[in-house]
Write a new protein. Structure first.
Length: 499
């Protein structure tokens, strides 16, 4: 009964006219950035962080969450119509979705993507509502040693699940941790790595770093390799699925939803990993496996369900433990800190309107997305004709205004530009920037809990192995690290990511 009472509070919050408006803005903007290749939710949320200063915490987080799961819907539109995924998690959707469009079945492909996404998002939100409060209760029993070990596990898992080289992913984590050390010492207040610059006394600006690495870095990459976009389909009709289509997608949608819900919770997982895993699994077990790559409707249903389920269950560790499972969740934690909210298990009890309002808004947002996406396909197609040479200067100007508005400081604008160059260099050198942001967000929390645990144990480092839960988490971290560096596992991992 308590769950229904809490959900009642959540819906009362989410259905207020003000929050409804921001939920609509979020999902509409999310769909738009999902449609436009080269943007994506990470860069968009990074750019919008300064705007959240002037908004109530619930409204700002509802809007940012809407951008994230809305982008999963939008990315499938370009993947199906022009074989150009607007969002990384829609890459596998393009394989069969585009082939369906070439055969004149763009309508059923888009309907499958929308319905699969809606079902998965709804189920994942139920899971979030049911699983998050008990997990938060468990987390309240964590001490500094347990939190330190949990964060170590999160960082190790993000290295294991990052695409590309393990060494490069580990390097990014370490760089993020080092950048998190800039500023004042947690205990003594001593300045560290500030180069006697007063602007860096409070540490590097999270907004400037995220906007630079993910916003400007992506813009520079896209300007170098400007996409050629020829819109093959200008009008889509026949959105209704046949009885046979409906029968074929039921199994893939259910399996994709289940797999995506699990993978979304894992640190370093999320929508992209879920969609790839669901497609691979479906290709192996489907009776129509021979059709995959030639326009199999299962090849659209499974990854689209998985990426939406993964996107929404990734909120579970962020809301309950204060641990980001992917870069978007790291940005969400940044937004909470900007609003003066301490991420972690206390959010459930201290900010019930925020917690349950966000959960309820996801149901509302998913319904909005179904009603928005299919009728507005013509608008999304026309958006693809916007020239990049007009789009990107506007984005850069918006980034500069946003970075300046945080502290009214030109120093932050220069830092954003510097991190933009760093982000571009990382992309060119095949370093995935996502672990850097996770390391930067978790670094200060990791250090704080390390220092607190050592103070409480009077300098006895064995506290991390004498506490049973802390020891168990460290053993899991070590085991995972050993497994991923084993030659045969490493080879299979690289093969899976290259696929």
């Amino acid at each position: 009964m308590e769950l229904f009472t809490d959900l009642g509070l959540g819906f009362a919050t989410a259905l207020s006219p003000f929050n409804l408006m921001y939920c609509f803005i979020g999902v509409l903007l999310g769909t738009a950035v999902g449609v436009l290749p080269g943007l994506g939710p990470i860069a968009t949320i990074a750019m919008l962080l300064p705007i959240t200063f002037g908004l109530p915490p619930v409204s700002s987080l509802i809007m940012l969450a809407g951008i994230y799961y809305g982008a999963q819907y939008g990315g499938s539109t370009t993947a199906i119509l022009i074989n150009l995924p607007g969002e990384s998690s829609s890459v596998v959707t393009a394989i069969d979705g585009y082939q369906m469009a070439k055969k004149g079945r763009a309508g059923p492909a888009l309907a499958t993507a929308a319905l699969g996404s809606f079902f998965a998002g709804t189920v994942a939100t139920v899971l979030l509502a049911v699983a998050a409060p008990p997990l938060a209760d468990v987390a309240l029993r964590f001490g500094p040693a347990e939190y330190f070990s949990l964060m170590v596990l999160g960082l190790v898992a993000s290295v294991a699940l990052a695409s590309g080289s393990l060494l490069k992913a580990f390097t990014m984590i370490v760089l993020g941790l080092l950048l998190g050390l800039v500023g004042s010492d947690v205990e003594t207040g001593t300045q560290r790595f500030t180069f006697d610059m007063p602007e860096m006394a409070d540490g590097l600006n999270f907004v400037a770093l995220s906007m630079g690495v993910f916003g400007l870095g992506e813009i520079l990459r896209n300007l170098e390799h400007e996409h050629t976009r020829s819109v093959m389909v200008r009008h889509v009709s026949g959105l209704m699925l046949s009885k046979d289509d409906f029968k074929r997608i039921i199994g893939p949608v259910l399996r994709g939803t289940a797999l995506g819900s699990v993978l979304g919770i894992l640190p370093g997982g999320g929508a992209m990993l879920a969609s790839f895993a669901a497609y691979s699994m479906e290709k192996k077990i489907s009776p129509n496996g021979a059709e995959f790559g030639k326009g199999a409707i299962e090849g659209v249903a499974a990854p689209e369900s998985a990426n939406n389920a993964g996107a929404q269950t990734s909120f579970i560790p962020m809301l309950t433990l204060g641990i980001p499972s992917n870069p978007v969740m790291a940005l969400m934690i940044g937004a909470m800190i900007i609003q003066g909210i301490t991420p972690g298990p206390n959010v459930v009890t201290d900010e019930p309107e925020l917690f349950w309002g966000m959960i309820a808004s996801m149901w509302v947002g998913n319904l909005m997305l179904v009603l928005l996406n299919l009728p507005l396909i013509g608008l999304w197609i026309r958006m693809l004709t916007i020239p990049y040479h007009l789009l990107f200067p506007a984005i850069i100007a918006f980034c500069c205004i946003g970075a300046f508005s945080v502290n009214n400081s030109t120093f932050d604008v220069f830092m954003m530009a510097l991190f933009g160059l760093v982000g571009y260099a990382l992309i060119k050198l095949d370093f995935e920037p996502a672990p850097l942001l996770l390391g930067f967000v978790l670094g200060p929390m990791l250090e704080e809990n390390l220092r607190r645990a050592m103070l409480l144990s009077r300098g006895d480092a064995t506290v991390f192995v004498t506490q049973p839960l802390s020891l168990a988490l460290l053993i899991v971290s070590l085991t995972l690290l050993v497994i991923v560096v084993m030659p045969n596992i490493r080879a299979k991992r690289e093969e899976a990511f290259s696929e």
